[in-house]
Write a protein that binds this ligand. Structure first.
Ligand SMILES: *Cc1c(COP(=O)(O)O)cnc(C)c1O
Length: 362
């Protein structure tokens, strides 16, 4: 029996009835953009994240771009980002004309090292964008302390961290604002693209509601030059069907992670560390080994799925060629050593043991 990296059909199958009922509700309503489902989802997701406002948008990248735009970040400005992240974090900064300034991670947690932020601050720095990578919340206390000293906005990229907590606070409720993605493979995934912004900042929330809908609150009156970036009714209905199970699904991921950590104890691989005060949601379970190719080959031979997040650091991507970047040796080493194992709420103890046995053998 093979173990796929992630079986989305199986994942969504657990919510089959509720998803179909949600889709039928939208179809029957005759109202497909910015209606009752989006409004209800925004209320429910805000409650889940323990924030005042949630604004549904088209996807996770747009969520980050719109936050930056709403805070007036643009050409000539700098935004501090992690050196190892999915490229969307960097693209959001570039999209508004600002410059991403990379900071290296702690190799153990894979997350931005708060001790390195201060050295990256210049008079042009406007914000810091910590990414809760693989579902592990960043060390937000230290990040916020630096940000406060330099009057920087803290914009969480929470696209991999739905439901995670840092010292009791939900990811998405800690910084000034946060961007979420509902891409199908995320811990809370739609049946297509979707995204949201969470914030306690009333003025920002008002601006974002304008920006995402052509700069308009009243039909055919446009206050600002906005964009079209809306979560649609169908995806909102699907997300509403899945949201009540998010904490339970994340608890199941924690059990899978604990089983991996125990089964791989003593194996010749580096296991993920959890920072003090962090309650991760294990979007991905990422190990490190310099002998990655051998482990990948053995897993493939056994029909076990695996992926690399991410094989090429952002600053080495063709999209960012020709710009001068500082030396980023940690990001460059991680890209050769990280390996993501199957991770999903439905995985059993036997599945985990099968994967771990292959790795121990190599
Ligand atoms: C998925 C992801 C995004 C972007 O989300 P999309 O919905 O695909 O646009 C941003 N940041 C991180 C860290 C992500 O994993």
């Amino acid at each position: 029996m093979s173990i796929p990296f992630l079986d989305l059909k199986r994942l969504n199958g657990a919510h089959d009835e509720a998803i179909r009922a949600g889709i039928a509700r939208v179809l029957d309503s005759g109202w497909y953009i910015l209606g009752a489902e989006v409004q209800a989802f925004e209320r429910e997701f805000a409650a889940c994240c323990e924030v005042k406002h949630c604004i549904g948008v088209a996807d996770g990248l747009d969520a980050l771009v719109l936050i930056l735009r709403a805070y007036g970040v643009g050409a000539g400005d700098e935004v501090i980002v992690p050196s190892n992240t999915f490229i969307a974090t960097w693209l959001a900064v570039s999209a508004v004309g600002a410059t991403p300034v990379p900071v290296e991670p702690r190799p153990g947690t894979h997350n931005m090292d708060p001790g390195l932020i201060e050295a990256a601050v210049t008079p042009r720095t406007k914000a810091v964008m910590p990414v809760h990578l693989y579902g592990q919340p960043c060390e937000m206390g230290a990040i916020q302390a630096v940000a406060a000293r330099h009057r920087l906005k803290v914009i969480e990229d929470a696209a991999q961290a739905h439901g995670a907590r840092w010292q009791g606070q939900r990811a998405g409720s800690i910084g000034d604002a946060a961007g979420f993605s509902f891409y199908p493979g995320k811990n809370l995934g739609a049946l297509g693209d979707g995204g949201a912004i969470t914030t306690n900042d009333d003025a920002l929330a008002d601006k974002l509601r304008l920006l995402r809908n052509y700069g308009s609150t009243q039909k055919y009156r446009h206050e600002v030059q906005g964009v079209n970036s809306r979560l649609d009714e169908m995806q909102a209905a699907v997300l509403r069907a899945k949201l009540p199970s998010l904490d339970e699904d994340n608890a199941a991921r924690r059990r899978v992670a604990a089983a991996y950590l125990q089964a791989l104890q003593g194996a010749d691989v580096v296991l993920p560390e959890v920072a003090e005060g962090a309650e991760p949601v294990w979007h991905l379970f990422v190990i490190r080994t310099p002998r990655r190719a051998a482990v990948q080959a053995a897993l493939t031979a056994e029909g076990i799925g695996h992926l690399v997040h991410y094989p090429l650091a952002c600053h080495l991507q063709p999209a960012y060629a020709g710009e001068s970047w500082p030396a980023l040796p940690i990001a460059e080493r991680l890209q050769h050593e990280v390996l993501s194992l199957p991770m999903a709420p439905y995985l059993t103890a036997e599945d985990v043991e099968r994967v771990a046995a292959v790795i121990r053998r190599v």
